[in-house]
Design a protein around this ligand. Structure first.
Ligand code: PAF
Length: 283
């Protein structure tokens, strides 16, 4: 596996891959790789010839009071995992390499509509930072495809929209969330949790599966279901940020007529904030 820290070096490696008619997939990450990330790479490996994984803890997507400095950085084990899973090239830029010397003056990408609620509301500016770094990574790598985890479902829709709106010509793949035995979605932020907090956090996925089961059984009193789910989360010592039953295509509030549903949820556990979702289709 090659490691490239500079954009021109990476472009050189990509030029060589293209000269051999290799198809290219990008897997953008912030590192601290877990099974969820490795599954993105395994899936990309099945369909594309040359895989670039980026590890970049993107300051633009962290708010002033968020965990940018504390975000786990585990480069050595990450590199070993990437090598084992068949990644061809690790892109490891510094903040200066990505943004130059003036982070405040970056040209930014804003995706309207989809970013207004849920994580967009709780984390102002977060999706501008994600949209900007993903667009920039797409411009640097110009991949045929890119892979993202569906745990961050709102992020996934935002990236699909910006790719379509800006005609970036990258095929966007979403990969199912990997879970612990307890149902807890794998996330780098689980590292902040104590064993007790992890046990409590498993209630987040239970709240989603219980609510989905009720909807599938014909309950369409969504407001009541949302209130009940938040109360269930509080009983499990979690502090709900949001729990919303939505149309999976546009994240508008679901109605009794909505067929493709996503339930989006976020909770605070100790100092951490965890998100999860469940998607299903009503017949
Ligand atoms: O999902 C993430 O890890 C990040 O938001 C991403 C897509 C790598 C952009 O920094």
């Amino acid at each position: 596996m090659q490691t490239k820290k500079k954009i021109p070096e990476l472009r050189q490696a990509l030029k060589a891959a293209r000269a051999e008619a290799k198809s290219i997939a990008l897997i953008p990450t912030m590192g601290n790789l877990h099974e969820g990330h490795l599954e993105l790479i395994r899936q990309a490996r099945r369909s594309y010839d040359f895989l670039v994984c980026s590890i970049f803890v993107n300051p633009l997507q962290f708010g002033a009071n968020e965990d940018l400095d504390a975000y786990p950085r585990t480069l050595e084990t990450d590199s070993e995992k990437l090598l084992a899973v068949g990644c061809d090239c690790l892109f490891l830029p510094t903040v200066t390499e990505m943004y130059g010397d003036n982070l405040q003056q970056q040209t930014e990408i804003k995706v309207p509509g989809l970013t207004e609620n849920f994580c967009g509301r709780s984390r102002p500016g977060h999706f501008d930072g994600v949209a900007t770094v993903v667009t920039k990574l797409f411009n640097i790598v110009t991949p045929d495809a890119a892979y993202f985890g569906l745990k961050d479902y709102q992020q996934f829709l935002v990236i699909q929209k910006l790719t379509s709106d800006l005609a970036l010509g990258v095929e966007i793949h979403g990969v199912e969330t990997q879970r612990e035995k307890s149902g807890l979605a794998m996330s780098s932020r689980n590292h902040y949790l104590s064993e007790q907090q992890k046990q409590n956090a498993a209630a987040l996925y239970r709240s989603l599966t219980d609510c989905a089961a009720k909807i599938e059984q014909g309950n369409s009193n969504f407001l009541e279901l949302e209130v009940a789910a938040k109360s269930y989360l509080r009983d499990a010592s979690l502090k709900p940020d949001y729990f919303n039953i939505c149309n999976a295509d546009n994240l508008q509030a679901a109605t009794a007529a909505t067929r493709r549903i996503v339930i989006l949820a976020a909770v605070h556990v100790g100092n951490s904030r965890l998100i999860d979702n469940i998607r299903f289709q009503l017949s």
